[in-house]
Design a protein around this ligand. Structure first.
Ligand code: AMP
Length: 192
């Protein structure tokens, strides 16, 4: 099976590219941010737990996030593999994912990061905020906090996979199609 981590800062285009990649490779898309927003919109206990963290641009605690991810993966009956988007966001989540996949006789195929500089992502998120309806996309100080959290908590995840030769980066600036071509170039080389 193919298990890809689509990596990069908030606003780097992971969600958009993940949609195109799942169509292209026939994989299942799992976005932990989307899962949390779904739980919140249904006001479930999980949604209630996540709400304050998301509003502040902080990470939802690992045990909550990892539990939700495991349930989601286990609920998918048959698939060629997964594209993880917005997960793992901490080294503890990465280690839990590796262990969880190993229990199934599986492993991460590769992590592919979208490289986009900070001022561009702030601009993109504020633009997205006009239509996304996401409160965390509409306040520049919360956006900056999400970027700070990404730098301190999440970038070590790419180092974790780099150490085992599984971390790759593509330029995340350009047209949707250009970026998609760069991603499929890397992914094709991983699965051939
Ligand atoms: P996203 O849609 O990926 O930008 O995620 C929106 C928010 O959901 C983040 O700012 C976090 O509060 C929360 N979130 C999403 N994924 C995770 C994760 N893997 N670990 C912790 N919190 C997460």
């Amino acid at each position: 099976m193919i298990h890809l981590i689509l990596f990069g800062p908030p606003g780097s285009g992971k969600g958009t590219q993940a949609e195109k990649l799942v169509d292209h490779y026939g994989l299942t898309h799992i976005s932990t941010g989307d899962l949390f927003r779904y739980e919140m919109s249904n006001d479930t206990p999980l949604g209630q737990k996540a709400k304050e963290y998301m509003a502040a641009g902080e990470l939802v605690p690992d045990e909550v996030t990892i539990g939700m991810l495991r349930n989601k993966v286990n609920s998918v009956p048959a698939t060629k593999g997964f594209i993880f988007d917005g997960f793992p966001r901490t080294v503890a989540q990465a280690e839990a994912l590796d262990k969880f996949l190993a229990e199934k006789g599986e492993e991460i195929t590769g992590l592919v990061a979208l490289d986009v500089h900070e001022e561009e992502i702030v601009k993109r998120i504020l633009l997205r905020g006009k239509t996304s309806g996401r409160p965390d996309d509409n306040d520049e100080s919360i956006i900056r906090n999400r970027i700070d959290v990404y730098k301190s908590e999440t970038t070590p995840v790419s180092d974790h996979y780099h150490r085992i030769g599984k971390s790759h980066t593509v330029q995340g600036i350009g047209s949707l199609d250009e970026i998609f071509q760069r991603l499929t170039g890397v992914i094709d080389s991983l699965i051939d």
